[in-house]
Design a protein around this ligand. Structure first.
Ligand SMILES: NC(=O)c1ccc[n+]([C@@H]2O[C@H](COP(=O)([O-])OP(=O)(O)OC[C@H]3O[C@@H](n4cnc5c(N)ncnc54)[C@H](O)[C@@H]3O)[C@@H](O)[C@H]2O)c1
Ligand SMILES: CC(C)=CCC/C(C)=C/C=C/C(C)=C/C=C/C(C)=C/C=C/C=C(C)/C=C/C=C(C)/C=C/C=C(\C)CCC=C(C)C
Length: 511
């Protein structure tokens, strides 16, 4: 990096010229920004909200610190190459204390099927085999195949798959791992699971193992992502950041600023400025303009191409993408403060509740519950816990309501969820100390995500991850990062997208 570019000014407007301007400070955006700043690039991050983090943000009410999104965090391991959150923090000379979670999920499923996914792999496999003894061999073979995917990924440095010199280098360094990944890239979990497993209920269990992070059943879930999730939970483990999920973004911002980068809050980008069909800057809602050599959007692809580039016809590549992927539902989220007497000391942090397999994918079918205070009690007042319960919901069901109807619908939906959770925590309703309900409208408003969506899901069965776009877009100078780029949703997944995007942009800028 030359120091010259730091002080360069845009020739025609005489405003400061940044190497890269990032729209949004979700974890995908912050990992890209910190990686670029660490390489010496002059980076500006523009965030419409008052704090960084997006879906990995937080909010405080009456002594409780709630995570906005999921509290089950991958990527904080201490070894291998897939511990991308640890690595992203290290790159800007910072770190976070984390608390290991001994159980990833405690499943409460139809027909009294109760399974705990222990951090200890053998203990998990034994527990599953106890439930399905006739499928012992199939269970081992299926999860072993997931390890094969993970071991390929965990052997190599993870950077941009759009950079030919990197691809050549990793291929010569790790030819077998690369060929392994090429084999798995077009595959989905369902096909591989059915190769080894016959029992219909066990196949349903594999479906919910996928659904709870990919929001689609095994049939449509890419095998590469399953390899990561089903193995890393036992390898690097699930680790909760002390002080809450919001700490990840706070620390990345600290690191960004230490490396000379800048972040502005309450800075909503209204438009990406194009000149000769090339992205050259951004215009904010308050009229200010910034110029950059490269513009990167951490907003979803729907928001980026349909809102921030309003007069453009949708590029062919994006039209194709929209034919393949659709918006997943959003969530109804209950952020509850709960008196501690309803929780026995041996309770696990994350639970999934489903009473009827037929309803797994329906709104309010599957309930996700996290109790992060079991790992970090400092997030709530003494003798109280945080319960974050969420379940898929579509925005259409929350539109066109009067303020009173909206409020009543929220209260009714929340009461139904609390009642179902009474099955695991008898006395929950009476132990409520605080309740705040978020709907798809809330997620759309606070996260700036079209329809409040959790992210893209395949319209139909696709060829694994092959259809997921990387970071470059059809518009020169414009890149995308985050969960509408390869490999999709999840903090560790968007962290990968951030490493890859920063690598591609840095090479394009000549760093
Ligand atoms: N356990 C977990 O793995 C976990 C936990 C929490 C979140 N997540 C995941 O994180 C992923 C999201 O990460 P991400 O990086 O893609 O993004 P994100 O949606 O979290 O963040 C995008 C950011 O961009 C900002 N933004 C959007 N439009 C803007 C505009 N026009 N101007 C300025 N700012 C704008 C938003 O306010 C937000 O802060 C999701 O997949 C979610 O599931 C996972
Ligand atoms: C050279 C040659 C020949 C070749 C080459 C090939 C290659 C190299 C390839 C490569 C590839 C790659 C690198 C790939 C990567 C991938 C990745 C990184 C992936 C990742 C993934 C991750 C994920 C998916 C994650 C996820 C997670 C999630 C989503 C989570 C969530 C959670 C939730 C929602 C929660 C639940 C809750 C409860 C239970 C409560």
């Amino acid at each position: 990096m030359t120091t010259v570019s730091r002080y360069q000014r845009s020739a025609d407007t005489d405003c400061e010229l940044y190497d890269a301007i990032m729209i949004g400070s979700g974890i995908g955006g912050l990992v890209t920004a910190t990686q670029l700043a660490a390489k010496g690039a002059k980076v500006l991050v523009l965030e419409r909200y008052i704090i960084p983090g997006g879906s990995a943000g937080y909010f405080e009410r009456q002594g409780y610190r709630f995570d906005v999104g999921a509290s089950m965090i991958f990527g904080f391991g201490s070894q291998g190459t897939t511990n991308l959150l640890t690595r992203a923090l290290e790159a800007v000379e910072t770190s976070l204390e984390t608390i290991p979670d001994p159980v990833q999920i405690d499943y409460h499923l139809p027909d009294q099927l109760e399974v705990k996914v222990h951090r200890d792999y053998d203990k998990f496999i034994q527990e599953l085999i106890c439930q399905f003894p006739h499928e012992a061999e199939g269970i081992r073979k299926f999860y072993d195949e997931c390890w094969r995917v993970f071991n390929c990924l965990n052997a190599m440095e993870l950077l941009s798959l759009e950079e030919p010199r990197y691809l050549t280098r990793v291929f010569f360094q790790h030819p077998l791992a690369c060929l392994g990944l090429v084999k798995y890239l077009p595959q989905n979990v369902g096909d591989i699971a059915r190769r080894y497993i016959r029992d219909r209920n066990l196949l349903k269990f594999i479906d919910i193992e996928c659904y709870c992070w990919s929001v689609v059943p095994a049939e449509k879930t890419p095998m590469i992502n399953a390899g990561m999730v089903f193995s890393d939970r036992h390898y690097g483990g699930i680790n909760y950041p002390k002080g809450g999920v919001g700490q990840i973004a706070q620390k990345l911002v600290e690191g960004l600023e230490k490396k000379g980068g800048t972040i502005e809050y309450k800075a909503r980008v209204k438009e990406i400025i194009l000149e000769n069909n090339k992205a050259v800057g951004v215009r904010l809602a308050d009229g200010r303009e910034y110029r950059g050599k490269r513009i990167i959007s951490n907003a979803t692809r729907w928001d980026t191409f349909e809102k921030l580039l309003p007069d453009q016809t949708l590029p062919k590549k994006e039209q194709k993408w929209q034919e393949r992927y659709q918006k997943s539902p959003s969530f109804l989220s209950l952020h509850l403060g709960v008196k501690s007497d309803v929780i026995s000391p041996d309770t696990d942090c994350h639970h999934i509740l489903l009473e009827n397999w037929e309803q797994m994918e329906e709104p309010e079918g599957t309930i996700f519950l996290s109790i992060p205070t079991l790992l970090d009690p400092s997030l709530a007042p003494p003798n109280c816990h945080i319960f974050h319960a969420f379940t898929p919901h579509w925005i259409e069901d929350w539109q066109g309501l009067s303020p009173q109807d909206y409020h009543e619908k929220k209260e009714q939906a929340a009461a139904k969820i609390v009642q179902r959770l009474e099955k695991i925590f008898p006395g929950l309703e009476d132990a409520l100390d605080y309740q705040e309900v978020g709907t798809p409208r809330t997620h759309r408003r606070f996260l700036g995500r079209e329809d409040g969506t959790y992210g893209p899901i395949p319209q139909k069965k696709l060829m694994g991850l092959l259809g997921m776009p990387f970071n470059q877009t059809a518009i020169p100078g414009l890149y995308c990062v985050g969960d509408s780029t390869f490999p999709g949703q999840g903090l560790n997944a968007v962290a990968f997208s951030g490493f890859a995007c920063a690598h591609r942009v840095a090479v394009d800028l000549g760093f």
